[in-house]
Design a protein around this ligand. Structure first.
Ligand code: MTE
Length: 379
């Protein structure tokens, strides 16, 4: 249980976080955020309104905290890290001396940032965007990771002690070389590249992240799928001793995702083990995740333990939870709305005004894979 500024105990979120997530407005004054939340709430169902009312409260409480001003925008990362370490130290030494309100601030998950090891030999990639990157602090403190929490600010803290070694990835299904590979063997299969990608969540927010990894095709080529393999299924880790969210029924665990074979082989599809030049933080999916930049973020599964080649389209966690709202394909598409909200616009984290959503999230090079497909039907 964590404490908020006024010492109120945190309540469990009563609805899925799609509502809350539209308000990553770190830079907004409290009043403006409350206004935009309020107008948003007006268009929702009664139960969503209850969820949002809670979240409005919580978001505005979070915004009041000085620590939520994105320091990485006004200080260098190393200076920022040192300040964080100092804060953590202060918390340890002075925890008993500070008031309850201050305690809530010091121990808030969004205060937890750890420097990870640098990844050597990273090459740049022509597939990267030159758009402004979302600050490190925001990429690593605003996470969808339901195995830890449905609250985006919590995985950063809750995943701190998550064990990512030893870690193996099983390769099975319609493949010649069925095997269990150590994650460090996989990471060494090809040279690491920095891929600066736009990342668009189905909930309507987006970020720009300098991921590190290489094309998933590098791994697929080495394990030799059989010609009958038409899809790839990703199974992620099941460990409720380490992942408190798995003790809830938020989704059917383990989280699974999938791609069609041509999508998995597309050079943009990234097998990812780092960001910002460093080993992937736990809350972002360490030690190994997928990044599919032209699809909504939930297709980019974190903490992968198994890759299965299948003849049939595999079941996936969000589709399983609500097939009407979350399709198997889930290509970013401004013309196909989510049943409960428009996808025509998105909010880049830290920006006030919304921007237009781009078809395939701006990755036009994937369009030919969907020639002749009705993307309203195959959403
Ligand atoms: N993978 C797992 N295992 N569990 C999750 O809850 N959330 C998805 C995706 N991968 C999720 C996951 C969603 S909804 C998004 S938007 C992205 O992870 C968020 O990635 P990020 O936290 O690195 O921004």
């Amino acid at each position: 249980m964590s404490l908020w500024l006024n010492g109120t105990a945190e309540k469990p979120c009563p609805s899925k976080t799609s509502v809350q997530s539209d308000f990553p407005s770190f830079n907004l004054p409290v009043r403006e955020t409350q206004l935009s939340c309020a107008s948003y709430v007006a268009g929702l169902t009664e139960s969503d309104q209850r969820g949002c009312a809670y979240n409005v409260y919580k978001v505005s409480m979070l915004i009041k905290k000085a620590a939520d001003i994105p320091s990485s925008e006004i200080t260098s990362k190393s200076l920022y890290m040192n300040r964080r370490k100092f804060l953590a130290g202060t918390a340890l030494v002075g925890a008993t001396a500070v008031a309850g309100a201050r305690l809530g601030e010091v121990w808030s998950p969004s205060d937890v940032v750890e420097a990870n090891d640098k990844i050597p030999g990273i090459q740049s990639s022509p597939l990267s965007t030159t758009e402004k990157q979302t600050p490190y602090k925001d990429v690593t403190n605003y996470n969808n990771y339901y195995e830890f929490s449905t609250d985006k600010y919590e995985p950063a803290g809750l995943a701190q002690k998550f064990r990512t070694r030893p870690w193996t990835v099983e390769i099975d299904g319609a493949v010649k070389k069925k095997q269990k590979l150590d994650v460090d063997t996989i990471i060494k299969m090809a040279a690491p590249e920095e891929r600066i990608y736009r990342h668009r969540c189905v909930e309507g927010w987006s970020i720009v992240v300098p991921w590190v990894g290489f094309s998933l095709s590098e791994l697929i080529k080495r394990v030799d799928p059989l010609p009958k393999a038409k899809f790839v299924e990703f199974t992620t880790v099941l460990d409720m001793t380490q992942m408190p969210g798995q003790r809830t029924g938020a989704l059917h665990w383990p989280y699974t995702e999938g791609l069609r074979m041509d999508e998995a082989m597309h050079p943009l599809t990234l097998l990812c083990f780092g960001l910002y030049g460093e080993v992937l933080p736990n809350q972002n999916g360490a030690p190994l995740r997928i990044v599919v930049p032209w699809k909504y973020g939930f297709k980019s599964a974190k903490a992968i333990v198994k890759i299965t080649f299948t003849e049939d389209q595999p079941p996936t966690a969000w589709n399983d939870a609500n097939a009407r709202e979350y399709g198997f394909y889930s290509n970013v598409n401004p013309h196909v709305d989510h049943p409960r909200w428009s996808q025509a616009k998105e909010r880049r984290l830290g920006e006030f005004l919304k921007r237009d959503t781009l078809m395939f999230n701006g990755y036009d090079q994937v369009a030919s894979m969907y020639n002749g497909m009705d993307l309203k039907k195959y959403y």
